[in-house]
Design a protein around this ligand. Sequence first.
Ligand code: TUI
Length: 315
Amino acid sequence: MIKSKICDILGIRYPIFQGGMAWIADAALAAAVSQAGGLGLIAGMNMNGEQLRAEIRKCRALTDKPFGVNVMLMSPYAAEVAQVVIEEKVPVVTTGAGNPLPLMKQWLEAGVKVIPVVSSVALAQMVAKRGATAVIAEGGESGGHIGEMNTMPLVPQVVDGVDIPVIAAGGIADGRGMAAAFMLGAEGIQMGTRFLVAKECNIHENYKQKVIKAGDTGTVVNGRRVGHPARALKNPFTRKFAEIEKNTAMTDEEITEFGAGALRRAAKEGDLENGSFLCGEIAGLVKREQTCREIIEEIVSQTEDILKCAHTRCE
Ligand code: TUI
């Protein structure tokens, strides 16, 4: 049975988190993951406070299991979303794309558990000192906004740097990845890409088909020039983005403007030309649509099998 301290801390069956993917992770997906024994997360990024409140209530109607909200710290709604999390008594928040310290005190005082995504040991230590329950060490193999480091070197260094549980993220989509995360000292995993093709994931069918068809070199990172690197499936949008980033005549503001609305165009409209299909490097392993329960049970069973006979691999 794959279980770790974080399961007891959060009251979940398996130490598997679903990434809080903007425009994607809604109440239906979060509830399905939580019902299957993982930790479902609603993405707060694309919602204002009242929209998030409605989504939280919808999730509560679908599951009595614990679920959380992901607060994207660069969102213009971060402060109001942070307040709604408290008012709605959401038990756990994850944060992304920045330093959560300014919001942490109010959450901790309200009894909300805080699990920040970190992309360095320094940030992990800072949030651990200020009361984080755990950290998610997310490497640059992930889809969406990424930091500088990759999962393999990041996870063990964060594990050595803090004495709270570490959840590994970035490049994990099956039991091999989960077992490897445990070997690095993590006590759980977070996955986004694998859940993109969950039956309960309400994204446009074009998005799911692009993930399923992607191979090992199917993703690319754009946005480094403007300080917002993000990994997405290659398409006309990412090619155009790469061109304009190289163009010194374009200002950073014009580049940022070019990216505006692209996540919605991908997730909701399936716009293959102008959408940004955020996706991790592990997409090549993701080959079919399954329910969240099938995904989670398959990964748990694979991980158990691998860990049971791990020693035979180096005899
Ligand atoms: O947040 C994510 N992934 C995201 S957010 C998003 S929406 C967006 N769209 C366009 C541009 C930017 C964002 C799409 N995907 N993942 C969590 C994550 N957080 N990955 C990396 C980090 C991170 C990076 C630096 C966390 C903290 C950090 O600290 C910097 C600091 O201020 O110390």
